[in-house]
Design a protein around this ligand. Sequence first.
Ligand code: 5GP
Length: 121
Amino acid sequence: MAYDPENIFAKILRGEIPCDKIYEDDTALAFRDINPQAPVHLLVIPKGSYESLDDFSDNASDAEIAGFFRAVGTVAREAGAVEAGYRFLANNGPDAHQEVPHFHVHVFAGRDLGGMIKRAP
Ligand code: 5GP
């Protein structure tokens, strides 16, 4: 599937839609999720046009990948989430209910986040 440049995170990257930005560097942008599922719910996205973790891990340069994951760690540290703990999660594709087709990771913190995944029915 080709990358859709009209997805909402591409529009945020281009400055066409506002976001509550908390971090930015050469490779990544981080902002608050519009519909938070925890007291701290942040999204970290690469600046490059990758639709999913699959696309990113297959096609991004080593510098983009290293820069992105360093940014995730920095964002969690700057949010004060390291000591109590946090979760990072990436939804990839339909079974994971990925809604926005620009690779992103969620960073959740600020409460006991419970078990890792709900059991399938
Ligand atoms: P996904 O299911 O794709 O992993 O998660 C997409 C996330 O993007 C959701 O948690 C949703 O609340 C968030 N989101 C969708 N549209 C916007 C937006 O316009 N701004 C922000 N900040 N978050 C958004």
